[in-house]
Write a protein that binds this ligand. Structure first.
Ligand SMILES: [Zn+2]
Length: 199
């Protein structure tokens, strides 16, 4: 995914950072015209505020099932989830009935550690990167700034709740977030099962 241009939420006009489980690019077939949601990037929280996160997730559900027909499913705290496995890409695609979808590689699953994702947010030199560095309060390389403070400085704390991690300007000219991805224990067990089983 390219972050060359600044993404703004079609619903609240605030920045969309591209963090798994918190935002998404809505495609035309994913939303009913009656919802008033336009195609483009948006926060899952904004869909939720409109009352259409579940219907959006339902539309995406069929696509996931067709695209990645290998899955295990469960329910966690009333939220239905389905973990799809793409064996060729060695990636999981997590669908959730509350719309907090994410995708992550097999490789980040270890037996005990929290799942940690690295997401490249912007390329140095773009307007988006400049905005992020200003929110970080430093443009020095290698300084890990808490993700929550960056999100707060961007006035996005209510759109990206329960975040844990850091944002860093790396040597390769990218601003990168390193953050955890919470997975319910049942979902984690499903992931290990999917990785181990020769289907
Ligand atoms: Zn929004």
């Amino acid at each position: 995914m390219s972050h060359d241009t600044t993404s703004r939420c079609t619903l609240c006009d605030r920045l969309v950072l591209g963090l798994a489980g918190h935002d998404w690019t809505v495609l035309p077939w994913m939303v009913a015209p009656a919802t008033g949601v336009l195609p483009g990037p948006c926060h899952v929280r904004c869909l939720d505020d409109l009352g259409c996160a579940a219907s959006w997730a339902a539309a995406v559900e069929a696509y996931h099932c067709k695209r990645w027909p290998l899955w295990l499913a469960g329910v966690d705290a009333g939220i239905r989830w389905r973990l799809h496995s793409s064996r060729s890409a060695r990636r999981f695609h997590l669908w959730r009935s509350d719309g907090r979808l994410s995708s992550f590689p097999y490789a980040i699953l270890t037996a005990t550690n929290a799942l940690r994702l690295a997401t490249d947010l912007a390329e140095i030199g773009t307007t988006h990167a400049a905005t992020l560095l200003a929110a970080m309060g430093t443009d020095a390389e290698g300084v890990a700034v808490p993700l929550t403070s960056v999100v707060t400085a961007l006035d996005l704390a209510d759109r990206y709740p329960h975040l844990s991690g850091t944002v860093t300007r790396g040597p390769a000219g990218l601003v990168t977030a390193r953050h955890t991805l919470p997975l319910p224990p049942s979902c984690r067990r499903a992931a290990h099962h999917l990785m181990r089983t020769p289907w």
